[in-house]
Design a protein around this ligand. Structure first.
Ligand code: F0G
Length: 466
């Protein structure tokens, strides 16, 4: 049987419904062909994100009731701190309301205007937070990681050559830290091997530059290491995670992913002086250092979520469900990024809609058509999300890949629902050149994909009549 076994049963259900194609068309028009602006009640299967969309366990809900809501030094913080420390191992653990708050605090303190922050690939909020303080975010993922059709085990690895080229070009004094995103979300949810972590860590230590993990999906990354890196086949996921973190000097974390909660995050640092500066800013922006923008009950739920997320039964089901969605798409002839990632399947929109140039947002066209055809919400990770400028010339530059991400919330959807998603994607792929490109009607100054309004080119129709 190719169905991954669910290591749980369902105790609470939430009603969802399908709305008609006519209603979906009206929603799409009102939303300016931007699925971020469609009401969630009008969506059948929501694969916009795996972030904050997990189903919590009975144990997590029980922990919520034990939350200590004291402003200072709550018991829930102690439990949270112990749980984080047992896996991550860093000296200072600073709670924040989500991942980007951790990024914002870190960069506000560590990055000066003109500084350069290398990463395998920066996630959109990470890039935006670096740029917000005047820094330059550069991506150094290995070449394999930029070839969607190539099958390789660790396409999230950082290229040491590209990292070194950045040090040569900008100079060590302009690089306050190096980041490594595990798994590499913007590059297809691909893992980073421990061997690569070790190399990057040694490179950074030789130069006295801190290595900071973007650890949102650390358990999924550790699972891939166990499955694919032979030296780690007999090690537990928790152990592998500890080994990875020991190579770094800190991490930013969105607990909304591998913390299995609906809100929360944290920043970990070993450096005392940096942690103390960040904590001062935390008090100003997020809250007292033992709650950092969260309720005591949220800290309690994260503590429990981190205990559950390294369970091999859970991870085998989780990654298996995502891989199965990838196989279904493959069987139906939809080009996907290979191999499937930990949290999502990524459709290669350039290969699917080769007639639409990047300036007409092919991945956004696919995303809008998928909603129209099936009520499924995916997300564009392409030229709408990454409005690149060449750091030297300031000229517009398109991202290497044009992807549609089907992010699978944790413990939420059934295999039947994901089969329905695969069929919807196949219908869109088969529309082929009947699909028209999009143009932007309005956009904000930063992170435009969240709120931009678009319209179909060529007569205002997304799908040409047959
Ligand atoms: N880093 C990575 C790799 C992420 O994927 C995200 C969020 C963040 C940082 C920011 O965390 O949302 O808690 O502030 N990714 C979500 C997504 C939004 O859909 O991939 P946050």
């Amino acid at each position: 049987m190719d169905l991954p076994f669910e290591p749980y049963r369902i105790k609470v259900v939430e009603r969802i419904q399908r709305v008609s194609r006519r209603e979906r068309f009206a929603h799409l028009e009102t939303a300016g062909y931007n699925v971020f602006k469609i009401p969630s009640e009008a969506i059948y299967v929501d694969l916009l994100t795996d972030s904050g969309t997990s189903a919590m366990s009975d144990q997590q809900w029980a922990a919520m009731m034990t939350g200590d809501e004291a402003y200072a030094c709550s018991r829930s913080f102690e439990i949270f701190e112990q749980s984080v420390r047992s896996l991550f191992g860093f000296q200072h653990i600073i709670p924040t309301h989500q991942g980007r708050a951790a990024e914002g605090l870190l960069f506000a303190v560590a990055v000066r205007p003109g500084d350069v922050v290398p990463n395998n690939i920066h996630f959109d909020t990470t890039r935006a937070n670096v740029e917000h303080v005047g820094g330059i975010a550069i991506d150094c993922v290995c070449d394999e990681g930029l070839e969607p059709a190539l099958e390789a085990p660790f396409k999230g690895n950082m290229s040491l050559e590209k990292l070194d080229a950045a040090f040569v070009k900008y100079g060590r004094e302009r690089i306050p830290l190096v980041m490594l995103t595990i798994t590499n979300n913007s590059g297809g949810g691909q893992p980073v091997s421990v061997a690569n972590v070790r190399e990057v860590s040694e490179y950074c230590r030789e130069r006295g530059v801190p290595l900071i993990f973007d650890a949102c999906r650390f358990a999924e990354n550790a699972w891939f290491v166990q499955q694919r890196e032979s030296a780690y086949a007999d090690r537990s996921v928790a152990d592998i995670a500890r080994e990875i973190f020991a190579f770094g000097d800190g991490c930013t974390m969105s607990a909304k992913k591998d913390g299995l909660v609906n809100i929360g995050g944290f920043l970990c640092l070993n450096d005392e002086a940096l942690a103390s500066e960040v904590t001062n800013l935390l008090i100003l922006r997020e809250g007292f250092p033992t709650y950092g923008g969260l309720a005591g009950r949220d800290l309690a739920a994260i503590a429990q979520g981190l205990r559950e997320v390294t369970d091999p039964e859970y991870l085998s089901y989780r990654i298996g469900q995502v891989a199965r969605l990838g196989r279904r798409l493959d069987e139906l002839g939809v080009p996907i990024l290979r191999p499937t990632g930990g949290h999502a399947v990524y459709i290669d929109a350039r290969a699917t809609l080769p007639h639409i140039p990047q300036r007409e947002f092919p991945a956004q066209v696919f995303t809008a058509a998928l909603y129209l055809e099936s009520g499924v919400r995916a997300v564009e990770i392409g030229s709408l999300m990454f409005e690149h400028r060449d750091p030297d010339t300031g000229e517009p530059a398109f991202p290497a890949m044009e992807l549609v991400r089907l992010a699978v919330p944790r413990r939420v959807y059934t295999h039947t629902q994901l089969d329905y998603v695969a069929e919807g994607c196949a219908r869109v792929a088969h529309l082929g050149d009947r699909l028209h490109g999009l143009e932007i009607v309005w956009q904000p100054p930063a992170l435009r994909h969240f709120t931009a309004a678009l319209r179909p080119l060529a007569g205002g129709e997304l799908v040409a009549q047959a």
